[in-house]
Write a protein that binds this ligand. Structure first.
Ligand code: SF4
Ligand code: SF4
Length: 322
């Protein structure tokens, strides 16, 4: 079971919403950046250098009410820097007949009490970023002691009754050989893992990028992950997404991006972008989903992009709800 929170009634509501989404060609998922402020210092992102210059809305529920996504990912910046995050989540659930809400945190401010408070406010999944199982994670994220903190969180949160927890792991050159151990670590503590391929376009840091020269290593790692996924059932990515990683690296991109069609990105001030890397399309009140033009961009193979393109066949549906 995905989480005890989603019972048969919710599955039925979600299925009806999915069908109406297919029929009306409405949004599959939305990424909501509730702040660009961040307390980490990641080497591959410049958000933390921006300070608090971007306006933040108090209430995003009118945006959810307009676009009615099936699934919502709350991101940042670091979302837990918003003291009113619980209120934001509650308002969103009030305008939604069914919505799957995942919140991705870097873990610095995550405590069992805050996690419970967010869970009770209406989260369906809590995700923590984790790229290495040692101090390299601290170096990568620029936060001393972060790995030790995440180790504690990994043990403590399941004990508090939160049953849908995941690590978000960026696949980069330096951690290829660590990925199977991350899956094992997650399995030991009852967590899932969601992988996303590194992209250098946030701040032009190409040093972590997967390179075609290492394709054999990349292919072997992907094969191993697919095997672990079958064994442990704790990898959330579709096989479609994982299998496409080597071809993304070899070809320097993947065609067919549906950003702006099946999903899009909302900035803290309510402006909409196709994805976090692309230009603003306008304020949420002005943007009409069916009028957003398609894109030929092939630059990234982020999971948010790839999973929206994964065929929704029976085996994928059973993976998603089990
Ligand atoms: S990648 Fe995420 S955690 Fe790291 S600085 Fe950027 S917003 Fe913060
Ligand atoms: S491929 Fe799509 S999601 Fe990726 S950067 Fe380009 S427009 Fe954004």
């Amino acid at each position: 079971m995905l989480t005890k929170k989603i019972g048969l009634r919710e599955i039925l509501k979600g299925s009806l919403k999915f069908l109406s989404m297919k029929f009306e060609r409405s949004l599959f998922s939305m990424h909501l950046e509730v702040t660009r402020r961040c307390n980490a210092r990641c080497s591959f992102c410049n958000y933390w250098k921006e300070g608090s210059s971007t306006k933040e809305l108090d209430d995003y529920s009118p945006i959810i009410g307009k676009f009615k996504p099936l699934s919502l990912t709350i991101t940042g910046g670091e979302p837990l820097l918003r003291q009113d995050l619980e209120e934001i989540i509650k308002r969103i659930t009030r305008v939604s007949s069914f919505i799957y809400i995942n919140c991705i945190s870097n873990g610095i401010l995550m405590t069992p009490d805050r996690a419970i408070s967010l869970w009770n406010a209406g989260l369906t999944q809590i995700s923590i970023s984790l790229d290495f199982l040692d101090d390299r994670h601290d170096e990568q994220r620029g936060v001393k002691g972060l790995w030790e903190r995440i180790k504690r969180i990994a043990k403590d949160l399941p004990k508090r009754g939160i049953d849908n927890l995941a690590f978000n792991t960026v696949i980069m050159r330096e951690n290829l050989k660590d990925l199977p151990q991350i899956v094992e670590f997650a399995k030991t503590h009852g967590w899932k893992v969601s992988f996303s391929t590194y992209n250098p376009y946030k701040n032009q840091n190409f040093s972590h990028r997967l390179e075609p020269g290492e394709i054999q290593k990349i292919e072997a790692t992907v094969e191993k992950l697919i095997e672990l996924k079958r064994l442990y059932r704790n990898i959330t990515n579709s096989n479609f997404y994982l299998k496409m990683i080597p071809s993304y690296v070899k070809n320097g991109g993947v065609k067919g991006c549906l950003a702006g069609k099946k999903w899009f990105h909302v900035s803290p001030d309510g402006r909409i972008r196709r994805c976090s890397e692309k230009e603003f399309l306008g304020d949420w009140r002005e943007v009409v989903l069916k009028q957003i033009p398609g894109t030929r961009c092939i630059e990234c193979w982020y999971a948010c992009r790839g999973e929206a393109e994964a065929p929704l066949n029976l085996s994928r549906i059973s993976e998603l709800i089990r």
